[in-house]
Design a protein around this ligand. Sequence first.
Ligand SMILES: [Zn+2]
Length: 199
Amino acid sequence: MATAKVKASKKSIISLPNQHLRQRSKKVGLISDEIIQIVDDMQVATIDWEKSRQHEVGVALAAIQIDKPLRIVIVRNNPDNKDDPSFTTFINPEITKYEGKKIKDFEGCLSVPNVYGKIPRYSKVRVKALSPSGKPFRTTAEGFLARVFQHEIDHTKGTVFIDHIKDKPEAFYKLTETGELEKLDYDKDIKDNDVLWAY
Ligand SMILES: [Zn+2]
């Protein structure tokens, strides 16, 4: 017999209507070699996805997005620089405090192709997590990064960003081929969309 390890790629990323995206992920216990491999696969999959997307950056990913229901999040260190493929890993991340006001801004998701939304998020959050070596650490995020943490930690709880705007006709956009965000027709494209709302 033979075995072959399938290398992670953008094909590892699951997308709606896959029900797994709406399930809660489990807390990581021992940070085993398998967990480290999942982190590596998440990074490879995100960068591979980005290579296929002309107008988007792979800013962050949660493990459930490669169909691993574990509380692991990776966040790009320099999302403004596509030449820097490095990430920071957050194991069992938790938001310990929400601060500031809720601000609406655009968000997209590797697991929700081409749909963008204007989502209200707190402007500042405090996060605690474990590093891949098991060391607890804390960080404070503001602005865009605060938004990223709220989006990703939602994934660990089975919430997809569009769930926050389900009843907000004006909040849905699509990315056009030229990289513009264009308003979607809520009644036609969103409201009864089986892909987005299959629970
Ligand atoms: Zn996402």
